[in-house]
Write a protein of this length. Structure first.
Length: 270
């Protein structure tokens, strides 16, 4: 199973000014595509912090590393500079990136959203990439995404604006990842255990998990007395080459869990 790691960059995420949505989106989509997401980190807009986070993640040699945030024209958009420094690469103006930036400004001018193009230094900043990096078209915003291969890891850097991140990810990155790594199916199902205490289900859950090592089983805790009234939700999830195989593994594990729980006197519903 290919492995992925995620890095979200921005003071606003750690200050609580903005609730991050990108780590959720990327982890969900990558899991559905057959990746195991091993790490998801957040760091501030400081070159040394970004560099440390990148080195930590790259030291674990993920197949894919996705970063979000810090690609814009302002002084605190430092992700590409920090990436270049971490990988000991020079920053260079990319003609391909510059063409994408200029094309976006031309569209905005033609649609009368802007009266003049952005400052030259800002356009140049968004066109400056680590040497060897390839820009990815941004269908929604100005700053292109970036991809770069380093020591066997496919690195993708995306804007922090969720709409821009999702647009680039779906248009440019998903097709490439599906070509590079065999896709897998992800299936998740759940049942409800009617008990007053999550601990009542712990031993049966552990026993069933041991019998089905390819299925992820997890009870989702609820405060008292919700578990007894509404039911404690237990999820079962599995990845497999096909949906049918994943579905069969999940159904088998949940059926086993239902019988094991009912044998202890607990009531189970689906």
């Amino acid at each position: 199973m290919p492995q992925a790691s995620l890095l979200a960059i921005g003071n606003e995420l750690l200050n609580g000014a903005i609730r991050d949505a990108n780590l959720f989106t990327l982890s969900q989509r990558l899991t559905q595509m057959g990746f195991s997401v091993e790490y998801a980190l957040m760091t501030r807009d400081l070159p040394e912090k970004i560099g440390l986070a990148l080195r930590f993640l790259l030291d674990h040699k993920p197949d894919v590393l996705l970063c979000s945030g810090g690609l814009g024209p302002t002084e605190d958009d430092l992700t590409l500079a920090a990436l270049a420094q971490a990988l000991h690469l020079p920053l260079v103006v990319s003609e391909a990136a510059a063409a994408l930036v200029e094309a976006h400004y031309s569209r905005l001018l033609a649609q009368h959203y802007l009266a003049h193009p952005g400052p030259e230094f800002a356009r140049r900043k968004m066109s400056t990439l680590p040497e060897g990096a390839i820009p990815l078209p941004n269908p929604v915003g100005t700053a292109p995404g970036v991809k770069l291969c380093y020591a066997g890891t496919h690195i993708y850097v995306l804007p922090g604006v969720p709409a821009e991140l999702q647009a680039i990810f779906e248009a440019s990155i998903v097709p490439e990842l599906l070509t590079l790594f065999p896709p897998a199916a992800w299936v998740e199902r759940a049942l409800l255990v009617h008990c007053n205490d999550e601990a009542e289900a712990a031993v049966p859950l552990r026993e069933v998990a041991h019998r089905h090592p390819g299925v992820y089983l997890k009870s989702l805790a609820k405060p008292f007395p919700s578990a007894g009234v509404e039911g404690l939700r237990v999820i079962a999830a599995a990845q497999a080459p096909t949906t049918a195989e994943a579905e069969a593994a999940v159904t088998t594990a949940l059926t086993d869990l239902q019988h094991t729980l009912e044998a202890t006197g607990l009531r189970v519903t689906w």
